[in-house]
Design a binder for this molecule. Structure first.
Ligand SMILES: [Fe+2]
Ligand SMILES: [Fe+2]
Length: 207
């Protein structure tokens, strides 16, 4: 446990979940990240495949939620690990680029959530723009960032962070909040405040 990256684990330790992960099966965080990416792609395929407007809206809502939760977990648990383990200018550059692209997603997904398929003829285009940005980032992540993590981080550490990643997922906000902090304890506290508000708004939207 002591060998685990402090940067990656400190948030998980703070929320008290990584010390008692018995009910969370240990999984490599890279596998969890890739599974989230495939889920997002599959949801977007379903969105494009259906012509039923209500179903499309529900899929879009779910897709945004999946992406927000995924980005939140990466920001808190994976990118600090990336910066620490790669180190130097390269680590810093990858860290800053990843956060910047996530901030772009927050803003684009926020534009999507401010409107709806029934009321806005531009809804499809707004979603497409957000998804294009997300999938570009996903490609970079899988081709560049994740291989570096696999190279620089031990399997035990990747599994430890995977446990935190899985444990944190249910605690995150579910809607994009472009002005909320994206890192460390301020981000964790923002999640505590925003999560219940998001849950109510999600319920009112029927998901
Ligand atoms: Fe990702
Ligand atoms: Fe990411």
């Amino acid at each position: 446990m002591t060998s685990v990256s402090r940067a990656a684990s400190k948030f998980g330790e703070w929320v008290g979940l990584t010390g008692a992960p018995g009910f969370f099966k240990s999984e490599n965080v890279i596998d969890l990240i890739i599974a989230d990416h495939r889920e997002a792609e599959s949801l977007y395929d379903k969105y494009k495949a259906t012509t039923d407007q209500d179903e499309k809206q529900l899929i879009a809502n779910n897709l945004v939620k999946v992406l927000v939760k995924h980005d939140e977990c990466e920001q808190l648990l994976v990118y600090p690990l990336l910066r620490e383990k790669i180190g130097g200018e390269r680590g810093e550059q990858l860290y800053e680029r990843s956060l910047k692209e996530h901030q772009d997603h927050r803003e684009l997904l926020y534009d999507v959530k401010c409107t709806s398929l029934k009321t806005d003829p531009e809804f499809d285009a707004k979603l497409q723009k957000a998804i294009d940005s997300v999938f570009h980032h996903v490609k970079e992540e899988e081709e560049e960032v994740l291989p570096l993590l696999r190279e620089h981080v031990t399997e035990d550490e990747l599994r430890y962070v995977g446990t935190s990643f899985k444990a944190h997922k249910p605690l995150t906000a579910t809607r994009p909040h472009p002005s909320a902090p994206a890192q460390g304890y301020p981000a964790a506290l923002a999640n505590v405040v925003l999560k219940p508000i998001d849950m109510v708004r999600d319920m009112l939207e029927g998901h």
